[in-house]
Design a protein around this ligand. Structure first.
Ligand code: ZN
Length: 425
């Protein structure tokens, strides 16, 4: 049974994309999934449950039905979040010791200041014959980026342009430190570091709050909330004649073009390999397939409602959101909307809609990128949230559980379609 406490636990232990994927992999292990290697020969059996990871920060899970499959039911979400990445030679010595960091993705910078931070990610530790990938999460209040006092920055409340080469360097130590940063990092890694992908994260745990605990605030709700909802729905779903695929990509916040992003070959290759191993025709299978691209959406803002479209402004806890854009920054078309609405109807869950205000260019997401590699009807959906790309974002508790039900329903249905329409059974 999926619970908000479990979502909170997942968020509190997923301080980097690598940790989120490791947590998902551990859950799949506990549920009896077989871990595959991309470099091995795949022997897939009917009724089998499988997954593999790529790059340590993307994970793909699927089950082979016992009945003859007719298509794929795919959900996609992303493991990464905007943050600051530690640079190489990232220690700035002086009267204070600071770290040198570089922005990853489009964060709301001011939210990162004046709060305890630490570092999490993955390192490559030297071994006799090469290197071993290890997770690192320095689990203590280690760093902080201090604001400039209002007396030294009188314009701070009038719109301030951050100077990224100086304003955002986290403070690590005063003059009399006992251990160098490199010593602390090497100890956390347990050996000599040959390579690193380490990101700042804020030290606050997720909070359930509001008059009825209707809100959840946490780091990286975009997109770990959807990751968790898709993973729970995937896990809970009954068998259908569609092959259920859970795909958690990395690199969405920087354009998806990495080895494990939506703009890589990973999903298409997965589909081809499943079909080859099961004796299925991939092109015919794809003609009965559907992709739900799940990435959070902007809720109507309580203080700035004028920023939203007048008739397509979703509310927190109003249900999952279908996202539309005439220029296909969101892929949802009439067919994909009808398929997703039908799934929500079967799940008994309300569905909302989102358009950008016509004069405000919006973001983009996984859907139109994965569409170029796996061309199936795709709905861009998400959960309504506030303060997207703040280091501490806010969304709805009830929405989370509603989305689990929708994804569980989606994965339990068999889609068939042709040019005349579709059926979901
Ligand atoms: Zn996102």
């Amino acid at each position: 049974m999926s619970s908000i406490r479990d979502l909170k636990d997942f968020l509190d232990h997923s301080h980097s994309p690598y940790h989120a994927v490791a947590n998902l992999a551990a859950r799949l292990d506990a549920d009896g999934y077989t871990r595959l290697s991309e470099g091995a020969d795949w022997q897939l059996e009917k009724g089998g449950k499988y997954y593999f990871t790529r790059g340590g920060c993307a994970v793909f899970a699927f089950r082979i039905p016992t009945a003859d499959p007719v298509g794929f039911s795919i959900a996609a979400a992303h493991s990464d979040r905007p943050s600051f990445k530690l640079k190489e030679n990232g220690v700035l010595e002086g009267k204070y010791t600071r770290l040198s960091v570089e922005g990853y993705g489009g964060m709301l910078i001011g939210t990162w200041l004046d709060r305890p931070l630490s570092l999490a990610g993955r390192v490559q530790v030297a071994t006799e014959h090469g290197a071993e990938s290890r997770l690192v999460d320095i689990d203590r209040d280690l760093l902080l980026i201090p604001n400039l006092a209002i007396h030294m920055n009188r314009a701070a409340n009038d719109g301030y342009k951050w100077d990224l080469k100086s304003d955002t360097m986290p403070l690590f130590a005063g003059a009399d430190k006992k251990a160098t940063f490199q010593e602390i990092l090497t100890e956390a890694a347990g050996g000599e570091i040959l390579g690193q992908d380490l990101y700042l994260y804020p030290r606050m745990d997720a909070a359930l709050w509001g008059s009825e605990e209707e809100f959840i605030s946490a780091c990286a709700l975009d997109d770990l909330q959807c990751v968790w909802c898709c993973a729970e729905g995937f896990k809970n779903a009954k068998e259908s004649a569609s092959i259920p695929v859970l795909s958690i990509f990395d690199s969405e916040e920087v354009g998806s073009s990495s080895m494990q992003g939506a703009d890589s070959n990973v999903l298409e290759r997965l589909i081809r390999r499943i079909c080859a191993a099961c004796g299925l025709d991939a092109d015919r299978m794809l003609s009965n397939s559907f992709l739900v691209s799940a990435d959070n959406a902007h809720a109507l803002h309580p203080n700035r409602p004028e920023m939203a479209d007048s008739t397509n402004a979703p509310l927190i806890n109003g249900g999952p959101v279908l996202k539309f854009n005439a220029n296909l920054r969101y892929t949802t078309d009439g067919l994909a909307a009808a398929i997703f609405r039908s799934v929500c109807r079967k799940a008994g869950v309300n569905v909302q809609t989102y358009h950008n205000r016509a004069d405000i260019p919006g973001g983009s997401t996984l859907g139109h990128i994965s569409m170029a590699h796996v061309s199936v009807p795709t709905a861009d959906v998400g959960l309504a949230q506030l303060a997207m790309h703040s280091c501490y974002e806010t969304a709805g508790t009830r929405d989370s559980l509603d989305m689990v039900r929708v994804m569980e329903t989606f994965y339990g249905l068999t889609l068939t379609r042709d040019e005349q329409g579709f059926a979901l059974n």
